[in-house]
Design a protein around this ligand. Sequence first.
Ligand code: ATP
Length: 436
Amino acid sequence: MENLMDKVVSLAKRRGFIFPGSEIYGGLGGTWDYGPAGALLKKNLKDSWWKDLVQLRGDIVGVDAAIMMNPKAWEASGHTQAFVDPLVECKLCHERYRADHADEIALHEKKHKGKTVDWTEPRQFNLLVRAYLGVVEGAQSEIFLRGEITNGAQVNFKNVLDSTRVKIPFGVAQIGKAFRNEITPGNFTFRSREFEQMEVQFYIKPEEKEGKKWFDYWKKNRMAWYVGLGMSKKNLRFRDHADDERAHYARAATDIEYKTPWGWQEFMGIHHRGDYDLARHQQYSKVDLRYRDPYTGEAYLPWDIETSAGVDRSILFLLIDAYHEEGERVVLKLHRTLAPYKVAVFPLLANKPQLVEKAREIYDTLKPHYMVAWDERGNIGKRYFAQDEIGTPYCVTVDFESVEDKKVTVRDRDTMRQERFDINELIDYLQQKLRL
Ligand code: ATP
């Protein structure tokens, strides 16, 4: 029997959610393209994230920083140093060491006492993807595509302070692409070489009590957001990082994991980064990045509680979670906020102009409110089948009676119940049902 993952991958391709990158050329390892339904799903997820964190709160502002940055930023954040020599990677915690530094490796193994430590074969690899900027190739023009989006927010800390009215505690939100030369991409989009992240760097007073309070707050807040988007609680859990697993600067770190067909896997992290980033950027840029308290005049580098979520991993897990088989029917029970199309409109028969015209009228009336699908091929059963696989919450059918009694049939994706509605009441009904 086909396993769940194969079914999701096949549905994603068949219905236009996710295609292999550059497929007609045989693909490019670790890259994926979102199709018409996938692009909408991704946009809905990101819009919903932004609404929740930026629009509905008063204490988070957004930025959209460049993917290409001055290479010094990557030196400051420590991303460049570790990637220039043959490295081995600890399979337990992914820390990498120079293959020729036997003492460091031995010391590292001691940190995992009691556990068997496996190492990858030594290899020369760069996690940071290199690119050449300008017309002459060479060291002068070599830059990196960002390996994570964090730096773009951190280097703008002062700009945000100077251009807005934010006061500690406050956050900087960002969504954007990141690139990593992953050694082993795989599990569909789970480990890609190009992917998208959505992050908040939340700056707080550098005090232990504040750190604990906000770290716990963001753990609960992010978990609740995913549950609110319909993810099954039983498939979600926190996994606190052990002391020997955390980056050296991290004061605490927790992942939110999803129970995938191949085990529990991370799709977002909550990291207490202390003042590591701002201190390093201050040191390397020689720009004073301290925050000045408007009441006391005290100047300090705030601590940062980061929430870092993968857009693509979130989408993959939302798809797995939404995938249901009910008898013959396959249905994606996506939350209405995420569903690519909110409503589909069908004329019962494609060759009856009066039905098509009426259905077009309804389609045009609904379109300004949300994405609406149109389908006039095949029979109604096939059209329901297709919309169920895309996760469209409502289907509206215009039949012969509609022309007489001005009523249409509305079919609910989850209950499969069909109700007849006066066309004039249709918008109100859907508006109420689809309230986002
Ligand atoms: P992993 O241990 O799986 O490599 P990570 O701990 O390196 O992940 P972070 O650096 O904390 O990941 O990145 C934050 C989020 O970015 C992850 O939770 C994940 O959702 C996403 N992410 C990281 N690497 C990839 C990747 N190669 N492909 C897709 N998403 C990724």
